[in-house]
Write a protein that binds this ligand. Structure first.
Ligand code: KMH
Ligand code: ZN
Length: 282
């Protein structure tokens, strides 16, 4: 099977293992050290993930965008896995725009790029147009493949504006992630997912992520609508009602099992690179 055909018939699974919101003290299974992150990454690749969406923590297990740590993390993940390494440029709600832009200097394969501001529980995840435009321009300069994070339908309009004003992303392919169920963003249900997908640019591929208890319904809706999946402890720390997640791999295993049932088994990292326009390793 060629990569092109496999990419159309398979499911891209991204794992988002850590995030910036949960505290290690409250969620002991959260990977926060480099060793924990690499161990999780290896397990998740074996379970069917092809992309890892990375937030890192400092020595006190707090979110950080320290460039040396980010660069070391990219190298360690490349050393131990074949996963596409996607660094978060969203960071934590407290991170400055300058630090978020500088994430790209760690030279990841890919990065997240959120297309607008959104209420984020009691906080605001700030992404004004000038910042989004500058971040996107920098991905094109540095050859980093962006994944467009869409928390709301207005973000889809901003994605169209970005592409119209600045051109296609590095790699030439548009891939989006619908982040659903954030308190303040679009709800995590099938009707909203279908509406958002119908507004995406022609030729774009997309995955969907359901936050918290919307994780499973969004996964099922995404698979039935031909989309790809993102799962992980950044997005949900409960496997089922009253049952904490024991590790990221079990979330990837469940996503891979559902993808198999949908007759669209997980894409391997090489197939995902072909789909997303991410360069191979040198
Ligand atoms: N931690 C959130 C404020 C991203 O990684 O690009 C933002 C976020 C999105 O997680
Ligand atoms: Zn993130």
């Amino acid at each position: 099977m060629s990569n092109h055909t496999a990419a159309q018939d398979g499911t891209l699974i991204t794992v988002a293992p850590t995030g910036a919101e949960s505290q290690k003290s409250a969620v002991p299974a959260l990977p926060v050290t480099l060793d924990e992150l690499v161990t999780t990454a290896v397990e998740c690749e074996a379970a069917g993930a092809a992309v890892i969406h990375v937030h890192i923590r400092d020595a006190q297990a707090q979110p950080t965008l320290d460039l040396a740590r980010l660069t070391g993390t990219v190298a360690a993940l490349r050393e131990s896995t074949d996963l596409i390494v996607q660094l978060s440029t969203g960071g934590a709600v407290t991170d400055s725009f300058d630090r978020r832009l500088a994430v790209l200097d760690a030279a990841p394969d890919a990065c997240s790029l959120t297309c607008g501001t959104v209420n984020f529980g009691d906080e605001v995840f700030s992404n004004p147009w000038p910042f989004v435009r500058d971040l996107y321009a920098r991905t094109r300069e540095l050859g980093v493949v962006p994944e467009f994070e869409l928390f709301d339908l207005g973000h889809v309009a901003t994605l169209h504006r970005l592409l119209a004003e600045l051109g296609a992303p590095h790699g030439g392919h548009v891939h989006c992630d619908l982040v659903m169920g954030v308190p303040g963003g679009m709800p995590g249900n099938a009707a909203t997912l279908v509406q958002a997908v119908s507004a995406l640019p022609a030729g774009a591929t997309w995955s969907a992520t359901g936050i918290g208890r919307t994780s499973v319904p969004v996964m099922l809706a995404a698979l039935s609508a031909g989309g790809h999946l993102r799962v992980g402890m950044e997005d949900t720390v409960s496997f089922a009602r009253g049952r904490p997640v024991t590790g990221n791999a079990e979330l990837v295993e469940r996503a891979a099992a559902l993808a198999g049932l949908a007759q669209r088994p997980p894409l391997r990292p090489g197939q995902a690179r072909a789909l997303l326009g991410v360069n191979g390793r040198h």
